[in-house]
Every structure is written in C-alpha cells, then in structure tokens.
Design a protein around this ligand. Structure first.
Ligand SMILES: Cc1cc2nc3c(=O)[nH]c(=O)nc-3n(C[C@H](O)[C@H](O)[C@H](O)COP(=O)(O)OP(=O)(O)OC[C@H]3O[C@@H](n4cnc5c(N)ncnc54)[C@H](O)[C@@H]3O)c2cc1C
Length: 391
C-alpha cells in the first residue's frame, strides 16, 4: 500500500487526490493544505454572496485531509513535517503548492498592493467597500478584479502597459475586449506604473491613478519554498523543473499545477502556464505515473473566461505573435461569425498548415468550436480539418 502525501488543496492537489483514488486504489492518501478547498477562479462570485467552497465529504472516508502548513520535507526519511511538529511519512510526495501574485521590483511599493488570489483578498474588497479600485496589470486576473469591483458598485481603473491579455489574445481581440469592458464601466488607463503609494498608483509620466484600494495582477510567482529547501532542480531558478509526468529531480516527488513547468507539445520546450486546466491534467499525469503508466497526457494552453456575465474570451495554444516568437512561420485567418464567435482568429503554420492556436471574443460561449480547435491542434492536424481554407 503506497503512501501518497499531497501538499496543497487547490485544483492541483485536489485533482491529485481524486486521480490517485482512481489510479492507485490501494494507496493511503493524505491531503494537506493551509486553506480548505474552494474554486479559485470563482473568487469574484463571493462579492455576490455565492459560496465557492468545494465539498470533500464524499472522499473523507478514503483520503485523510489535514488543514495545516507543511514547513519542511525530510527527503532522506521521506517525511513531511507540519507546523505543529507532526511528521507524516510518504512513498510519493506530490507538491501542489500553487503560486502567489508577483510583486514587480520595477514598481516601488508594489508590496503595498493587494493580490487577488485568496479568499481574504476578495473579502477585503467586500469589507472596505471602496468607491474606486486601481488594478495594475491587464491579465485575466486583473479583469476578474475589475468585474468584482463593478459587482460591489466600485469604479475599476485597469492600468495597461501594453495590451489586455496579450499572451492569450490576438492584438485586435485585446482591443475588442477592452472596448466591451469599457462599455460596462471599466476605465482603462494606458501607462507604466512606477510607484504604489497610499491612495494612488503613480505612472512614469507623473500621472496618478487615485483609488481607495489598489490591486496588482501582473502575473504569479510559483510557491517553491519547499522545493528549494530540499534542493529540487528548478527551471531557470524560479519554477520547479519536472518531466512530462510531473516527476521532479527526486523520482519520489512530483510537482503539479502552478508551481511547475509543463512541456509544450507545439514547441517541444518547457513552458509555464499557471492555469487551472493545466493543473488538472498535470495531476492526472502524476497519479498515472505513480500507478506505473508510461504515457503522459499533453498539457495544452486552454483558457476560457466570461466577464460581466456576457463577454466571453477563449484562448487555445499560441497567438500569432507568440507563435512567431517561438520561431514558427505562422499566419492567421479571421473566422469571425458562423459559430466561431463575434471576432475570432485561428493561427496556423504556413508550411505544414498545422493549427497552432485560436482566440475569440464573443457575447456567446464558443466552447464546442474551441474544443474542436484544441483536438485538431493536439492531433497535429491541418487547419483544413476545421473546414477553413487558409488565405
Ligand atoms: C481570479 C482568478 C481567476 C482564474 N481564472 C482561471 C480560469 O478561468 N481558467 C484557468 O484555467 N485558470 C484560472 N485561474 C488560475 C487557476 O486558479 C490556477 O492555475 C489554479 O488555482 C492552480 O492550482 P494549484 O493547485 O496549482 O494552486 P493553488 O490553487 O494556488 O493551490 C495551492 C494551495 O497550496 C497551499 N500551500 C502552499 N504551500 C503550502 C504548504 N507549505 N503547506 C500547505 N499548503 C500549502 C496554498 O495556500 C494553496 O491553498 C484563475 C486564478 C485566479 C486567481
């Protein structure tokens, strides 16, 4: 009976527990986290009084759940140590410790800004009931904060340095989503933040964006304290290095979710995703590897979101800009309408015609089309398979 200990109860950790139950049914599973589980991408719904907790009662007879913090891992003894000193032995350890909001060194005082990641971050918004909220960054998390701020009747100011969701959307779609959000009362301020001070974000040209609350959403940094402490191999020094199964430089330790890299099947290179859909597949791969399976499922970038109840964004694989950066001779074709979304693009490789990505902004959900693109991309099939003739 192998002992599997999982640290972290987010999508990665919970996923690892569910998948271990399925693939390693004789395992003794212990799930440890400093937060009880909730649906992180639904944080903003807390402003509407919606309970986002994930119930675990149905697995509690088979999985030992401990609310607490792991402060140490003893690799030689194969044990984790909790903050109360209790030790728990493992045969396999799955680190699913997630990430935390980045604080840019280029922005003086950025540690004064709030992140939007944990229940207490949204609770602060509810408790303080601000009139104006400044948000540094134009990532999808920044738009979640804007949505939550509007939800409590505050005016959100989103400070954009380049363009909205630039890694996920074609340039025209960044503009499209920005226009649609502006119609809902989100004010976009183009500029480069230089300093966070009490009640304002100062931009490098001297302008100030005044606000009662200031959030920062410029990306995340993986939680790697435990990995560092035990000397696991890190990729470029900032995120846990792992193979396609999530196995780290210690064969008995896996890393899944926001704390680890994945291997991009389009480029063959290590890539950092930091999204829940990836965390879920990574946890599946780790559980299957512990059970002795040789094959790992590919981890694509697949992201869907809806803002203000009716502004859908969908992003699969690479944008044309990212594809070119990765060395593809990439082109794109606009496929707006006919079920693809109000404004949508498919990116493909000019030589092989293989699909490399898709992004859309629409009033409707384009889930089925996006899954069709995803499968076409993962099967390395050409764009014509989608009924689209490249120009
Ligand atoms: C507002 C918002 C919206 C999002 N929307 C989307 C979306 O639409 N689609 C999508 O795919 N992704 C989305 N994401 C990203 C997604 O939520 C994350 O990728 C996902 O939560 C990662 O899961 P994880 O299990 O790796 O980490 P986490 O969810 O961060 O969970 C890790 C847990 O481990 C705990 N932990 C860390 N260290 C220890 C320790 N030493 N001991 C005990 N516990 C520890 C942490 O406190 C945390 O509770 C969104 C994120 C946010 C914040």
């Amino acid at each position: 009976m192998p002992k599997i200990v999982i640290v972290g109860m987010g999508i990665g950790g919970l996923g690892a527990a569910f998948k271990s139950l399925k693939f390693v049914p004789d395992a003794k599973i212990t799930l440890i986290g400093d937060e009880l589980p909730y649906v992180r991408h639904k944080l903003r719904l807390v402003t509407q009084g919606i309970d986002i907790k994930v119930r675990t009662s149905h697995i509690e007879s088979e999985v030992e759940i401990i609310q607490g913090r792991v402060t140490k891992v003893k690799r030689e003894q194969k044990e984790v140590v909790l903050e109360n000193g209790e030790t728990i032995p493992y045969d396999y350890l799955i680190l699913a410790t997630g990430s935390h909001p980045s604080r840019s060194k280029r922005i003086k005082g950025s540690d004064k800004a709030l992140g939007f990641r944990r229940l207490e971050d949204v609770q602060k918004l509810i408790d303080e009931s601000p009139s104006e909220v400044a948000i540094i960054g134009a990532s999808f998390v920044a738009l979640h904060v804007a949505d939550a701020a509007r939800g409590i009747g505050a005016k959100p100011y989103v400070i954009v340095r380049s363009r909205v969701m630039r890694k996920a959307l074609e340039p025209e779609l960044s503009e499209e989503i920005q226009n649609r959000l502006a119609e809902k009362g989100v004010e976009f301020v183009k500029g480069t933040p230089k300093e966070v001070k009490d009640g304002a974000v100062v931009l490098d040209d001297g302008r100030e964006v005044k606000a009662d609350l200031i959030y920062i959403a410029t990306g995340v940094d993986p939680n790697i304290a435990l990995a560092k402490q035990i000397g696991l191999d890190l990729y470029e020094g900032w995120v846990i290095n792992a193979d396609q199964h999530g196995r780290t430089s210690d064969p008995n330790i896996f890393a899944v979710g926001d704390n680890a890299i994945v291997h991009d099947f389009l480029t063959g290179k290590p890539m950092y995703l930091g999204i829940g859909t990836a965390a879920s597949i990574m946890s599946l791969n780790a559980a299957r590897a512990i059970a002795g399976h040789k094959a790992a499922m590919r981890v694509p970038r697949y992201q869907k979101d809806v803002f203000f109840g009716g502004i859908h964004m969908t992003s699969v694989g690479l944008t044309s800009v990212e594809a070119q950066k990765e060395g593809f001779d990439a082109d794109r074709v606009e496929v707006s309408g006919n079920g693809w979304g109000d404004k949508a693009y498919i990116v493909y490789d000019k030589k092989t015609k293989r699909v490399l990505g898709f992004s859309a902004v629409s009033k409707d959900d384009v889930k089925w089309k996006s899954i069709d693109v995803l499968l076409t991309m993962m099967r390395r099939q050409p764009i014509t398979r989608l009924g689209i003739e490249p120009s």
